[in-house]
Design a protein around this ligand. Structure first.
Ligand code: GLN
Length: 474
């Protein structure tokens, strides 16, 4: 049996039943990383020594007959923009090449409390800007299913690590689709929680009004296990809140759910093969007695332009802290200004610079109203579209990506086509909604995902329908 192909649930079971030791599990994953990661390049840092040490400690607890915490011994990979105390956190950028995290992010503290083993820090597009994994300062990550293809991004390493059996689960961050999109391309499950459901404390900020940390996993059940551990109010993040039954989440049975299919998802800008997979999924759901209704999201096509104004604005502000003095690498000059210019000029990559320039432009006096303010109004329109749609339906279904998976190098010279990869994922971030991507079809060796959206804080419905789709239908 390949231990590294097991799910979280199965490993927990196996450890409890003493089918294998935790050391065997961790060795299995580390061997797999040693074999595959030279080619795939999913990890920036592998925490092998720490992982083995923790595995031995878990084995001791088992030998002592004590009860194990819920995730004891489970290897989890962490995107390199989430802080793990004492370890490097580069966010995929040269400017943070020498940065060591001084504390644990809240999600890490929670994972550690549950006994999880952090197996490594994963590769990503620089500061989470990108959709292919090619904008990392630490080399391109390859798609484990076909090495000529991009794994998607920006949580490229987290998705590739889970898909290649180099970790059981992973955390990523999703600002416009960076968990769901690589999950879809790598053939795994990726979930973006409601804005505020998971603390962002210790996540290196990209666009703070959109960023959320979410799990990547082999199946929906594992996704829920990870989400249940990381969710909840945290006093270190004032935008976070408690989530659960007390918020009026009345659970419906799966077969009582009405699913909305946006008219706009079968039209312009969506590739034929993707529409076919969506239609097959709809048929499978209706065959099982689930009601599907057409809904309208009239501002869907404005999501990408709106996002590429709001995000650069927030990025230009958030990334101002990398000044060659407070964090990371520095290249000093004669004057203070030279230190800023030299450090930022030397250590930021091209996409990051593009965003900072766009951001300062849309915020500049004279342009603020025409761009930033107008984009905020469009954002409200998108929020209203969903509100209206959710008056009629419980869940909304859409493809995760508008196109088939793409080859490495295919979009790197064309930023606009890279941005268009976010077409169907970005609306959930703009509206703060939870969404989950699950595998639904194939194109050759590569996967095609679909995603479900739910109203705010109705993660339970999301997991229910995704689980049903995965087990009963697929
Ligand atoms: N493609 C998006 C971007 O480049 C991805 C952002 C994200 O979700 N981190 O901005």
């Amino acid at each position: 049996m390949d231990l590294y192909s097991l799910t979280i649930k199965k490993i927990v079971q196996g450890l409890t039943d003493k089918e294998f030791s935790c050391k065997e599990i961790i060795d299995g994953f580390l061997d797999n990383i040693a074999q595959k990661d030279k080619t795939i390049n999913a990890f920036i840092t592998v925490l092998d020594k720490e992982a083995v040490k923790q595995a031995k400690a878990v084995d001791k607890i088992i030998a002592g007959g004590e009860e194990l915490p819920s995730l004891a011994g489970i290897p989890i990979a962490i995107k390199d923009n989430i802080l793990v105390k004492g370890q490097r956190a580069t966010a995929g950028s040269k400017i943070l090449d020498n940065y060591i995290a001084p504390y644990d992010a809240t999600v890490i503290r929670k994972l550690k409390q549950a006994g999880a083993i952090i197996i490594g820090k994963t590769n990503m597009d620089e500061f989470a800007m990108g959709a292919s994994g090619e904008y990392s300062a630490y080399g391109v990550t390859k798609n484990p299913s076909d090495l000529d293809y991009a794994p998607g991004g920006s949580s490229s390493g987290s998705a590739a690590a889970v898909a290649a059996g180099m970790s059981v689960g992973a955390l990523g961050s999703d600002t416009a689709g960076s968990v769901r999109q690589p999950a879809s391309i790598c053939g795994i499950v990726g979930m973006k929680p409601t804005y505020g459901a998971v603390s962002r404390y210790g996540l290196i900020a990209m666009a703070s009004s959109l960023d959320q940390i979410g799990p990547l996993s082999k199946n929906v059940e594992d996704s829920k296990i990870l989400f249940d551990i990381i969710k909840g109010r945290d006093k270190m993040d004032s935008t976070s809140c408690e989530i659960g039954e007390e918020f009026g989440v009345k659970s419906k049975e799966v077969t009582e759910l009405v699913i909305g299919l946006p008219e706009e998802c079968s039209g312009k800008g969506i590739q034929k093969e993707v529409i076919e997979v969506l239609q097959e999924s709809v048929k499978k759901l209706t065959d099982k007695g689930i009601k599907i209704e057409t809904v309208k999201l009239p501002h869907l096509n404005y999501g990408v332009p709106c996002y590429y104004i709001i995000t650069p604005a927030e990025v230009s502000s958030n990334l101002a802290r990398y000044d060659g003095i407070r964090y990371g690498k520095s290249k000093s000059g004669d004057e203070l200004l030279d230190t800023y210019l030299n450090s930022r000029g030397e250590y930021f990559g091209n996409e990051v610079r593009r965003r900072i320039m766009l951001g300062t432009y849309v915020l500049s006096s004279g342009y603020y109203d025409a761009y930033y303010l107008r984009a905020q109004k469009v954002r409200t329109k998108i929020v209203e579209d969903f509100k209206k749609a959710f008056e009629k339906v419980d869940i909304i279904l859409a493809p995760t990506l508008p196109t088939l998976p793409f080859k490495l190098g295919e979009k790197t010279n064309d930023p606009l086509s890279m941005y268009m990869a976010d077409l169907l994922t970005v609306p959930a971030n703009l509206a703060g909604l939870p969404a989950i991507s699950v595998p639904a079809g194939k194109s050759g060796k590569l996967s095609i995902g679909i995603q479900f959206f739910a109203p705010h804080f109705k993660e339970d419905l999301l997991f229910k329908i995704a689980n049903f789709f995965e087990n009963e239908i697929h």
